[in-house]
Design a protein around this ligand. Structure first.
Ligand code: NDP
Ligand SMILES: O=CC(=O)O
Length: 291
């Protein structure tokens, strides 16, 4: 199967490599074109523009940072829309809001293309290992045609119905993740501030129901102040912001998520946006030190 792949960041690179390793023919594009070179070493071809990739491939996957990036790659000069026609499929796996996804879907179907949103849960390592959870919605036939690729990229896929449902589900999952990370960071910081051992706290959490895989994986690296990015903090804050907007649209107050969002904004203002999202711990720890 031949696929195009747009966006070779942390996730896109791992996913494209995975497809290549599993026998897919992959044509890649990235805004910073030099990032394509590593993929060429794995057997990829390069398209000079998103339009060139779409022209060559029946199916094109995108994995881009945020709504403005997803929009610009589709609607911009040399963008996806210039070549998307005749039943070609466009699969956006980026985490965006439902409005962005619907806008892209409408434009693509208007020119005769087919659209599937398929954001993923799972980070750099699951992407490398083909263990993502895929939350697809949109064109059902396109979803079924993409199953060979999804079975390489993920350990489980869901088809959630109409466009927007995948985006909403992904934002809800990440809202819970961001709030949990903040609660955990506050607990670690409070243990430290009261003279208790944060290491012992993590060990105790791991013995009971509260010690989820995220806490058990990130806790030890947080205590070493190792924030090498798997999931960049700026993207987690984008997801909190989009989830809060979804809450407001639906008349739901979410004070826990709102507080977590503020903590991520504060961490960004401290220059931690490109670090792993667990670096919010540094912002939490720094709070109130002058009292
Ligand atoms: N990292 C993770 O653990 C996970 C991330 N996600 C989501 O997946 C998406 C990608 O994440 P990740 O790979 O971590 O992000 P990165 O920041 O590592 O990569 C972002 C990608 O988007 C491209 N990009 C950014 N702005 C533009 C633009 N205006 N036009 C064209 N391309 C652009 C970047 O290109 P360039 O190289 O030129 O900057 C890069 O290829 C995000 O939506 C994120 O929320 C979902 C699950 C897990
Ligand atoms: O979106 C991030 C993730 O870990 O999932």
């Amino acid at each position: 199967m031949e696929v195009g792949f747009l966006g070779l960041g942390i996730m896109g690179k791992a996913m494209a490599v995975n497809l290549l390793r599993n026998g897919f023919e992959v044509t890649v594009w990235n805004r910073t074109l030099s990032k394509c070179e590593e993929l060429v070493e794995h057997g990829a071809s390069v398209g000079e523009t998103p339009a060139a990739v779409v022209k060559k491939c029946k199916y094109t996957i995108a994995m881009l940072s945020d709504p403005p990036a997803a929009i610009s790659v589709v609607f911009g000069k040399d963008g996806v829309l210039e070549q998307l026609c005749d039943g070609k499929g466009y699969i956006d796996m980026s985490t965006v809001d439902a409005d962005t996804s619907s806008k892209i879907s409408k434009a693509i179907t208007e020119v005769g293309g087919r659209f599937l949103e398929a954001p993923v849960s799972g980070s750099k390592k699951p992407a490398e290992d083909g263990q993502l959870i895929i939350l697809a919605a949109g064109d059902k036939a396109l979803y079924e045609e993409m199953l060979p690729a999804f079975s390489v990229l993920g350990k489980k896929d869901f088809f959630l119905g109409e466009v927007g449902n995948g985006a909403k589900m992904k934002l809800i999952v990440n809202m819970i993740m961001g709030s949990t990370m903040n609660a955990f960071s506050e607990g670690l910081a409070l243990a430290g501030r009261t003279g208790l051992s944060p290491e012992t706290l993590i060990e105790m959490l791991g013995l009971g129901a509260v010690g989820n895989p995220m806490i058990m994986m990130k806790g030890p690296t947080m205590l070493k102040s190792n924030y090498s990015p798997a999931f960049p903090l700026k993207h987690q804050q984008k997801d909190m912001r989009l989830a809060l907007a979804l809450g407001e649209e639906n008349g739901l107050a979410m004070p826990v998520a709102a507080a977590a969002n503020e903590a991520f904004i504060r961490a960004k203002s401290l220059g931690l946006g490109d670090q792993d999202f667990s670096a919010v711990y540094e912002a939490v720890k720094a709070d109130g030190l002058k009292q």
